[in-house]
Design a protein around this ligand. Structure first.
Ligand code: CDV
Length: 307
């Protein structure tokens, strides 16, 4: 069985507030076609790929907030992307804001999906770690209202069988938490796809602004190595509505080495042949979970969130 996934990280440049979803999808299709021309099996797009990163704005009117959400996926606007991916036989993954009605109750999630090569959605992940704040904080140069506009997923982390392997999804801030990767690894994930929108300026701790790119790669590389899996980090990058978003999209091998990295802050494809059998280089050795993990010593991890 072929266990090689030629994977493309489709970094996107900024999406302005007035850019339509149709325009974003046209850009995504162009990236998909570039990747397919290089025989990609899988193309991974960023978090909230269809719109500007709207949690940076306080919007008192819920109907304005909801205008950034999708009530179904695929929908009229994204259908051409799904169709093109199916025609090219390429699996895709991207993030979007999801308005989900369940038992008469509306839920708003920061969501990512993964399709198979036929454009069928194989798995859907809702973001667990929502950063930012829940109320407007006028002292900030821009808001980060994910805690206001989304609810945290109650569904946890799950890997799915895909492309002759097991693939997990996570979103942006999740990549900084070791629990994300370990949960997915314990569910058998051999590759994790992570889109992100990361401002260079972090208003509560601006003394760390110069470390944003370092912390990005540190998190992706540590997650890959300590769990022996491929990690695909994909940015929405560049100056979006005055907010400077880091780039640095990267494909990280199970050894923790970066094997491909974006050079620009715009729409850009990077590509690598990700051999899933390489997970064993780490998992059969230093991080052989069955032999060396001591869950009885880790009881606090699932029992409490702080001290
Ligand atoms: N979209 C995000 O989750 N961004 C956060 C920022 C706010 C720190 C991140 O972890 O990159």
């Amino acid at each position: 069985m072929n266990r090689m996934i030629r994977t493309a990280a489709a970094q996107m440049g900024p999406i302005s507030r007035d850019e339509t979803r149709v325009s974003a999808v046209v850009r995504m299709i162009a990236l998909l076609e570039q990747a397919a021309a290089q025989n990609a099996d899988l193309v991974v797009f960023p978090e909230l790929a269809l719109t500007s990163f709207f949690p940076r704005w306080f919007m008192p009117d819920q109907s304005e907030v909801d205008s950034y959400f999708e009530t179904e996926m695929p929908n009229t606007v994204t259908a051409p992307l799904f169709r093109r991916a199916r025609d090219l036989r390429v699996a895709i993954s991207f993030g979007y804001a999801e308005l989900h009605r369940q038992d008469g109750i509306l839920h708003r999630y920061n969501t990512a999906i993964l399709t198979d090569r036929a454009g069928q959605i194989l798995s859907r992940y809702r973001k667990v770690h929502l950063p930012g704040h829940g109320e407007e904080e006028p002292w900030r140069p821009f808001q980060h209202l994910e805690k206001r506009y989304f609810e945290p997923s109650p569904f946890g982390f799950h890997a799915a069988d895909a492309l002759n392997g097991r693939i997990g999804l996570a979103i942006c801030n999740d990549r900084r938490w070791p629990e994300t990767y370990r949960e997915l690894a314990l569910d058998g994930a051999e590759m994790v796809l992570i889109g992100y929108n990361t401002p260079r300026h972090y208003p509560p701790a601006p003394e760390h602004d110069h470390l944003q790119d370092f912390h990005n790669h540190l998190s992706l590389q540590a997650g890959a190595y300590a769990n022996g899996m491929w990690v695909i980090g994909v940015a929405k990058a560049g100056v979006e509505e005055g907010c400077d978003l880091i780039g640095g999209s990267a494909i990280v091998a199970p050894t923790g080495e970066i094997v491909a990295q974006a050079k620009t802050l715009g729409d850009e494809i990077i590509l690598a042949d990700c051999d899933l059998t390489r997970c064993a280089e780490i998992r059969a050795n230093i991080f052989d979970f069955a032999q060396h993990r001591r869950p009885e010593a880790y009881t606090r991890i699932a029992a409490r969130n702080g001290q």
